[in-house]
Design a protein around this ligand. Structure first.
Ligand SMILES: [Zn+2]
Ligand SMILES: [Zn+2]
Length: 343
């Protein structure tokens, strides 16, 4: 089968490798259909690392995908051959201290697809996963199923604040995760949602899909403008861009008792926080590590049809064009939001 390898910084090669086989009775063999290019993949593509997680080339990249079940292990019960599925790229042990606490996303022996040294990525034609990683849907297209993973991060992120109902919030960054967070927050009946991004077209997209106000921090003093509209400031800010400026803006935008939820992945290993603002306003900071038990909810949210999601998929490529797909996303070309590689 064909499989995509990151062979150097900014270099993807498609190679021929053996098709994987089911190894244990609870596994299923999947024919991959749509693969999403994620911001985290772009960190590996551009820098060869995220923090201390370094890539050893050649590296099998990607973790967002949808698939059709081609074969099932002997003990597989719920998943059937022919099922169209969204897939949780994480496999966890269910027995360690973290899993026992219900913190499956920080499992001591977590395996995550397309993560250095953990599990091969999904930019390929076939993969084998445990039955429990599969979430079937009869309603969704393969591209929509592929959006379930990024949506699960947003669904998880909005679980942090106890309630979003009528709360005025900020979302800093309107890439796929910021836009998914916008949808997840609308679903939780948030009040006014202020969205910012350094790309104008992303601001327009966020406004069109439910943001109350949007602006580009490169040409607008967003803190001043939001302060004018909300003198009491915001209840929660979701930082979805991995940018130090956004962290600073978030601290200034939060009201006393406000919550900062860090969803974005920062390029630098350290960020700085105004301890003065944090202390005076008693701001709580939450970190989102991928997602925990939110895949099903994300699938149901997309299935509900309450909110459009297709607009996020702006580009399609075939597997041979993977290099082009990554270049497009890494360079923010052509107003790209989510690029999908059809396998
Ligand atoms: Zn992702
Ligand atoms: Zn565990």
């Amino acid at each position: 089968m064909k499989a995509g390898f990151l062979t150097d910084i900014r270099k993807i090669e498609i190679r021929e490798i053996n098709k994987p086989e089911i190894q244990s009775d609870n596994e299923v063999l999947l024919k991959i259909k749509s693969v999403g290019v994620c911001g985290s993949d772009i960190h590996y593509y551009k820098d060869g690392k995220i923090g201390t997680q370094r890539v050893n080339f050649p590296f099998r990249i990607c973790h967002e995908f949808s698939a059709v079940v081609e074969e099932t292990g002997k003990k597989v019960k719920k998943i059937k051959i022919g099922d169209q599925v969204a897939v949780d790229p994480a496999t966890f042990c269910r027995t360690c201290d973290q899993c026992k606490e219900g913190r499956f996303n920080t499992c001591r022996t977590l395996l995550f697809m397309g993560s250095p040294g953990l599990k091969d990525g999904c930019l390929c034609e076939y993969t084998v996963v445990p039955e429990t990683s599969c979430y079937p849907s009869k309603k969704l297209s393969f591209d929509q199923l592929c959006l379930v993973e990024p949506m699960s991060i947003a669904v998880y992120a909005v679980k942090y604040p106890l309630t979003l109902k009528k709360k005025n919030i900020g979302i800093l960054g309107a890439g796929p995760i910021g836009l998914c967070t916008l949808i997840a927050a609308l679903d939780k009946d948030a009040g006014k949602i202020y969205v910012t991004d350094k790309i104008d077209s992303r601001c327009e997209t966020a406004f069109k899909h439910g943001a109350y106000w949007t602006a580009n921090p490169l040409n607008t003093d967003i803190v001043k403008e939001i302060e004018k509209k909300e003198p009491l400031l915001l209840d929660y800010v979701f930082e979805c861009c991995g940018d130090q400026d956004a962290i600073d803006q978030a601290m200034m935008l939060l009201k006393p008792g406000g919550k900062l939820i860090i969803v974005g992945i920062h390029e630098s290993e350290r960020i700085s926080i105004s301890t003065d603002l944090m202390r005076r306003r008693e701001i709580t900071i939450y970190n989102v590590r991928r997602q925990n038990e939110s895949t099903y909810d994300a699938l149901k949210l997309i299935e509900s049809g309450k909110f459009k999601v297709d607009f996020m998929v702006t580009h399609h490529f075939n597997i041979e064009e993977s290099q082009k797909a990554f270049d497009t996303v890494a360079n923010y070309k052509d107003n790209v939001i989510k690029a999908i590689i059809n396998v």
